[in-house]
Ligand binder design. Structure first.
Ligand SMILES: NC(=O)c1ccc[n+]([C@@H]2O[C@H](COP(=O)([O-])OP(=O)(O)OC[C@H]3O[C@@H](n4cnc5c(N)ncnc54)[C@H](O)[C@@H]3O)[C@@H](O)[C@H]2O)c1
Length: 337
């Protein structure tokens, strides 16, 4: 039995708890939250996607801590799952690593690229499995896209556009741009990371964006510049008015087909090719979080380093994010270092 301690009982902590709860061979035995109401289970955060963050846990049966540091020091756990506000990720992940716990750490890896790079470098000495939770790499229909880009099943990519927009989630963390980094960091990093996963690190970015709710950039449009892919762009934002449904999409135009994913459709993934009927690609019904956590646990059980996502790649996503921010501020194309 792998014993899990979850730090942070917001939307993400509850989502992870649901997933562990449905799995064999793992048990959430400890939780930590600085908010007493959340720690007791009296109040629950809500998620973007229907069915997410139900938080099905018997709070009376687990060890409870009001600080993540106490869970790490005193919790009888094998795994520390860090679902804390972003600026706390690095500090507590390193503490957990030093305590010889396996660590799953939510995205974005850290608040700044420098901190993320230092964390990734330090974690090379870890004796345990330390994995960043870049969930899009595991999302049904997105893992498929990564495969067909790499196998060139439909030929080379001519153009790839991504869109992830929603209304503002509310809550203290998401209203404070210094903490969450605005949608540019918190939301759009899903696509920044996925683009890096599919196409490698771009040479440069050109971004435009604006601030609305958090004081940081809440809506961004970025063009990622590559020598070998003519057009890669992504829009991300939580600046839509209330009631605007969460939209998660991509359209990728290959030489021989067009692939479209739209979470809002009954069949999210379709492939169109000249002279052929549109094809529905059947997807697993689970969210990417399920596969991400299953992979993390598989790495623990089989004592293997995660390769589908690495700390270094999560730090690269932060480096690209900082180039995007600089591009918005300077209104210039910015090289990605
Ligand atoms: N992978 C995804 O799709 C996804 C989705 C949403 C959020 N996230 C990430 O997950 C993280 C958490 O997001 P959230 O929406 O759950 O945030 P949240 O603010 O709702 O929850 C964070 C919780 O951490 C608690 N906390 C703060 N300091 C603490 C401490 N020292 N010890 C113990 N608890 C402490 C807070 O009381 C709060 O309940 C963020 O980094 C966010 O970017 C990822």
């Amino acid at each position: 039995m792998i014993k899990i301690g979850v730090c942070g009982l917001g939307m993400m902590g509850l989502t992870h708890i649901d997933i562990y709860g449905a799995m064999d061979g793992v048990e959430v035995v400890a939780v930590a939250d600085a908010d007493e109401a959340r720690l007791s289970g009296a109040t629950k955060a809500a998620g973007n996607i229907e069915g997410q963050a139900q938080g099905g846990l018997d709070y009376a049966r687990v060890q409870k801590f009001s600080d993540a540091g106490d869970l790490i020091a005193q919790g009888d756990v094998d795994v520390v799952d860090i679902c804390l506000p972003t600026p706390l990720h690095g500090r507590f992940a390193l503490l957990a690593m030093a305590a010889k716990k396996h660590v799953l750490v939510e995205k974005p890896l850290c608040r700044t690229a420098q901190e993320a790079r230092e964390f990734a470098d330090a974690a090379q000495q870890a004796e345990t499995i330390v994995m960043p939770a870049m969930c899009m790499r595991f999302w049904p229909g997105w893992d498929w896209l990564h495969d067909v880009v790499h196998t060139q099943k439909y030929g080379a990519v001519l153009g790839a556009t991504f869109r992830r927009v929603v209304s503002h989630p509310g809550g203290r963390f998401y209203l404070d741009g210094d903490q969450c980094g605005g949608a540019l960091l918190d939301l759009h990093i899903h696509d920044t990371d996925f683009i890096n996963y599919c196409f490698g690190k771009p040479q440069a970015v050109t971004s435009t964006g604006y601030s609305k709710d958090s004081g940081a950039i809440d809506h961004v449009m970025t063009q990622y510049h590559y020598d070998d892919v003519p057009l890669v762009a992504a829009e991300g934002g939580w600046s839509m008015s209330e009631g605007y449904d969460f939209s998660m999409r991509y359209t990728v135009n290959f030489e021989k087909a067009t692939a479209c994913f739209d979470l809002a459709r009954e069949n999210p993934l379709m492939v169109f090719a000249n002279g052929q009927d549109p094809q529905v690609i059947t997807l697993a019904p689970e969210m990417g979080y399920n596969f991400e956590i299953a992979y993390f646990l598989e790495c623990i059980r089989e004592k293997k380093e995660p390769i589908q996502v690495t700390l270094s790649s999560a730090a690269e996503a932060l480096e690209i994010y900082e180039a995007e921010l600089k591009s918005i501020e300077t209104k210039q194309r910015v090289d990605v270092v």
